[in-house]
Design a protein around this ligand. Structure first.
Ligand SMILES: Cc1ncc(COP(=O)(O)O)c(C=O)c1O
Length: 397
């Protein structure tokens, strides 16, 4: 009856949906499913942040705000994001969005026309290529390798740039690999981007969750790359605020103004009460972030050690976010209870059906040899999940 638009027909449905739906159905049926597919902290939003939201409600802060965020939040967050990177963002260089996801969409929409190319390293966060496709632009995927820590080399970046390139999307720390680019690696990429005059969208949503390495933003590496960088981020992962939907984009004023026009006609302002909560998060004491980070690090180390001890599994060390991305392809072509494992989808389905562990197949992120396991779940659950995964791989023949 309805003709669905080409722009939305181009967006692929997530193959993980099938696994997620199955995991949910199993859980509902009372089965003990361990959620290792989670993309959000298992911690509650800290009490002081919740209190700020309650106060906002009590004070009747329930109306429209400026479409790009309240002046207080824009100013405070612009200052904080700038200071952490050793750069300056004026409030007109900074917009508040409904989560990091909307910031990324706004920026792609503001900078990319139909037929233009956007360079995306794989493994990638699933929404990047779909958002690019949704506006009839072309994702250009650069495959990266596990033995290079899943990082793009300046040579590979240079080779992917064409006359149609409008944007390069960088995600460090990365979902799904946990890779964190060093200052030297970013400097080398920045040189190419400046030379070729290609803007970069640096998705820094996991900037607070880094282990044993230092976080560097490409925006901090000199005036030339700063001028070409839009940083996106969110309160979501740092403050365990995924459901509140508050993120940001920071960059050149004309880009932020264009993205602001789009937002003003699509969703208008981010939720008013959530903005008050985010202001409290940003300006309040940051101790809870460190407590969460340390707990993630404990689980990360445990998980890497367990994975590396399992037959046929290799696990590059993730230095950020809350995911491990072990390689399981050694098991492909082998059989589990008579069923041939032919890729990450089958591997994850068998893991769910037989051992009740929900994981995300790497094929979703553009790499079929790996699976993604989140450690944003309690240590007891992580331990149980590792026991079950080990049992599965030991039974493969
Ligand atoms: C790499 C990456 N970027 C952006 C986001 C979006 O975060 P938000 O929930 O703030 O929209 C996520 C969430 O999973 C993510 O993993």
């Amino acid at each position: 009856m309805f003709k669905i638009s080409e722009n939305t027909l181009r967006i692929q449905e997530s193959a993980t949906m099938a696994i997620t739906a199955k995991a949910n159905a199993m859980k509902k049926a009372g089965e003990d499913v361990i959620p290792m597919a989670a993309g959000e902290p298992d911690f509650d939003t800290p009490a002081t942040i919740v209190a700020a939201a309650k106060q906002a409600l009590d004070e009747g802060f329930t109306r429209y705000t400026h479409a790009s965020g309240t002046p207080e939040l824009r100013a405070a967050w612009a200052k904080q994001v700038g200071q952490a990177r050793g750069v300056t963002y004026q409030p007109n260089q900074f917009m508040v969005t409904a989560g990091g996801k909307q910031a990324i969409y706004n920026i792609i929409y503001a900078l990319v026309d139909p037929g233009d190319e956007v360079i995306i390293p794989a493994p990638y966060w699933v929404s990047y290529p779909e958002q690019v496709r949704s506006i009839n632009a072309v994702p250009v995927i650069i495959q990266t390798l596990a033995d290079q820590d899943f990082k793009v080399s300046p040579q590979a970046l240079r080779a992917a740039i064409t006359d149609r390139t409008r944007l390069f999307i960088l995600n460090s720390p990365s979902n799904p690999t946990g890779s964190v680019y060093s200052r030297a690696e970013l400097t080398a990429l920045a040189e190419v981007l400046v030379e070729k005059d290609v803007p970069v969208l640096s998705d820094e949503v996991y900037d607070a969750l880094v282990y044993g390495e230092e976080f560097t933003s490409i925006a901090s590496l000199g005036e030339e790359i700063y001028k070409r960088t839009i940083v996106s981020g969110a309160a979501s992962k740092t403050y365990a605020m995924t459901g509140w939907r508050i993120g940001y984009a920071a960059g050149p004023a004309d880009v932020i103004a264009a993205a602001g026009r789009l937002q003003s006609h699509s969703t208008s302002n981010p939720n008013s009460v959530a903005q008050k909560a985010a202001l409290a998060a940003i300006t309040g004491e940051q101790g809870t972030v460190e407590v969460m980070r340390q707990e993630f690090d404990r689980r990360r180390q445990y998980m890497i050690a367990r994975l590396r001890a399992m037959p046929g599994i290799t696990c590059p060390e993730p230095h950020g976010a809350f995911y491990t991305f072990p390689r399981v392809a050694e098991h492909y072509g082998h059989y589990y209870r008579g069923e041939r494992v032919d890729g990450s989808m089958t591997f994850c389905r068998l893991l769910l059906e037989h051992e009740k562990v929900a994981a995300v197949p790497g094929v979703e992120f553009g790499n079929d040899e790996h699976i993604r396991l989140s450690y944003a779940t309690s240590m007891a659950q992580v331990e149980k999940a590792m026991d079950r995964l080990e049992r599965l791989v030991k039974e493969l023949d």
